[in-house]
Design a protein around this ligand. Structure first.
Ligand SMILES: Nc1ncnc2c1ncn2[C@@H]1O[C@H](COP(=O)(O)OP(=O)(O)OP(=O)(O)O)[C@@H](O)[C@H]1O
Ligand SMILES: O=C(O)C1=C[C@@H](O)[C@@H](O)[C@H](O)C1
Ligand SMILES: [Mg+2]
Length: 182
């Protein structure tokens, strides 16, 4: 598919629960668009010199959220694909920034899919430690309405490969652009 990245005016932000594939998709989508990519979790971890899990343990969630908001603000300065953290929508200022400055794509997946995907590196997700299924259900209940309200586009990822998802997203963005152009 021929793709003109100049059609896209705004950064693209991927939102959704842990394990829905934001980090994986951000790299692939960026490559397909010849855009840079940015991962707020990776940026916060790199700046702190420790993993997100260790940052939670050492400084607490509130400090992580403050650093995450700063990373999002930085990321939105550039036309790039941004993988956000699963909890990015919790802060009202983050929701405002995403609404004002990004094309927002919600990557969704069933609980079963997410639990299977995260089984290998569950320890890296501090909010899913312990009874992951119960915790995931609670995170979904609290966050799904926030993801839904922000999303310009919602993509179901169950049983769909990352490469197929990139194609779906590009097709949907192109269609949206054409519809806006009338
Ligand atoms: N469409 C997909 N099909 C199968 N496996 C996938 C898919 N997308 C991602 N995965 C796998 O699921 C796991 C979690 O993906 P990823 O780290 O991209 O999620 P995330 O949304 O960034 O999570 P977090 O919010 O915790 O950073 C990885 O092992 C990845 O390879
Ligand atoms: O769902 C969440 O709140 C989180 C998801 C991850 O991306 C990390 O941002 C961190 O583990 C918190
Ligand atoms: Mg990620």
């Amino acid at each position: 598919m021929v793709w003109d990245p100049n059609w896209l005016e705004r950064p693209i932000a991927l939102i959704g629960l842990s394990g829905c594939g934001k980090s994986t998709l951000a790299r692939l989508l960026a490559r397909a668009l010849s855009w840079p990519w940015y991962d707020t979790d990776a940026a916060v971890a790199a700046a702190a010199g420790m993993s997100v899990a260790d940052l939670f343990q050492t400084y607490g969630e509130a400090e992580f959220r403050a650093r995450e908001s700063a990373a999002l603000c930085e990321a939105l300065r550039e036309a790039q694909v941004i993988a956000t953290g699963g909890g990015i929508v919790l802060q009202p200022e983050n929701r405002q920034m995403l609404h004002d400055r990004a094309t927002v794509i919600w990557l969704d997946a069933s609980d079963a899919t997410i639990l299977a995907r995260l089984a290998v590196d569950a320890e890296e997700r501090p909010l899913l430690r312990g009874d992951a299924a119960t915790r995931l259900a609670a995170l979904r209940a609290a966050r799904a309405p926030l993801y839904a309200a922000l999303a310009d586009l919602t993509v179901q990822t169950d049983g769909v490969t990352p490469i197929e998802l990139v194609q779906q997203i590009i097709t949907a963005l192109r269609k949206g652009k054409e519809e806006r152009a009338g």
